[in-house]
Design a protein around this ligand. Structure first.
Ligand code: NAP
Length: 293
């Protein structure tokens, strides 16, 4: 057996806790990276029921797991059971990566740095940009904090529940120390200043498999105002939102690279090793294979 794939007495385990976890692409990312780097590491998903979250975190530490990813719906719920929380994760209010410390895990958020790496690779610069965020949930929060931190000129949060967008805008402005973000009700998008072109980031579940024919906004006039669109959804790989952005003349990207890089950053935190471009490409290919695309 190839080095890095054989389970023996030295094998270190990393895993994912969430509910459900069966659909995850993370094993394809981490097991490929481990194999490519000759690391004796195996990554497995663990389905955890809501009343067992604390037991799962403490148990994972007791079992000497090297690292843990956390997914929906536990990204905030795990926080009280950690030894330490990275300031960025604290600001976002969600943790997706647990790294071993002396007496417990330290929590990080690699979703936001993952999206940032993907944007850098795609040549998208947030500085001075007019950013339109569709949604105001957990993912929108990370994206809005990223945009504010990287110097976006303005951030507009469009959400079905306007109150949630308003609350998030206030939190982002508080964290950034400037009035960068403002909220709008979803139906008010025609009131966006007509002379502006936006970088639009779609962070809702709308359009996700199996409801692939849906998009939060269907109006062509809206998409003519979008020069670049990111959909954080990665299944399907081409969402209706992306097709509408392209039809309007903009560039469109899905959430696959964000997913890849949040995994790579977690792997680097756990192992202390850097992932090079060739290894990242290999993991990306295996991830796409696992998704059948
Ligand atoms: P969340 O906290 O539950 O937030 C969901 C958001 O979607 C809310 O703003 C909600 O609006 C809106 N929404 C849901 N259904 C809607 C509908 N039918 N019409 C209008 N708005 C609707 O979820 P999340 O954790 O932010 O995750 C959102 C998406 O991001 C998921 O698709 C997830 O796969 C993706 N994601 C991708 C990555 C990646 O690595 N690519 C990482 C994280 C998340 P209300 O406030 O009005 O309810």
């Amino acid at each position: 057996m190839e080095k890095g794939t054989e389970i023996d007495g030295y094998t270190r385990i990393c895993g994912l806790i969430g509910n459900p976890v069966e659909h995850t692409m993370s094993p394809a990312i981490h097991n490929t990276l481990a194999r490519e780097q000759g690391m004796n590491l195996a990554y497995v998903p663990f389905r955890v029921s809501p009343e067992q979250v604390e037991a799962a975190v403490r148990g994972a530490f007791a079992l000497n797991l090297l690292g843990v990813n956390v997914t929906v719906p536990y990204k905030s719920q795990v926080m009280p059971f950690l030894e330490e929380i990275d300031p960025l994760a604290r600001q976002i209010g969600a943790v997706n990566t647990l790294v071993r410390g002396e007496r417990g895990f330290k929590g990080y958020n690699t979703d936001m740095p993952g999206l940032y790496r993907a944007m850098c690779e795609d040549g998208v610069d947030l500085r001075g940009e007019s950013v339109l965020i569709l949604g105001a949930g957990g993912a929108a929060r990370a994206v809005a904090m990223l945009a504010a931190q990287k110097g976006a000129g303005e951030i507009v949060l469009l959400n079905r529940t306007e109150e949630k967008a308003r609350k998030l805008a206030a939190e982002v402005n508080g964290a950034a120390g400037r009035n960068a973000a403002r909220a709008m009700a979803l139906g008010d998008y025609p009131k966006l200043p007509s002379q502006k072109q936006f970088l639009a980031i779609q962070t809702t579940n709308v359009g996700m498999f199996p409801k692939t024919e849906e998009s939060l906004i269907e109006d062509d006039a809206f998409y003519r105002r979008v020069h670049t669109g990111y959909d954080l959804i990665f299944n399907p790989a081409q969402t209706k939102f992306m097709s509408l952005v392209e039809k309007g003349g903009g560039r469109a990207f899905n959430g696959l690279k964000m997913l890849l890089y949040q995994g790579i950053i977690a792997y680097e935190l756990w192992t202390g090793r850097q992932v090079d471009g060739r290894q990242a490409e290999k993991a990306y290919g295996e991830m796409k294979n696992a998704m059948g695309i």
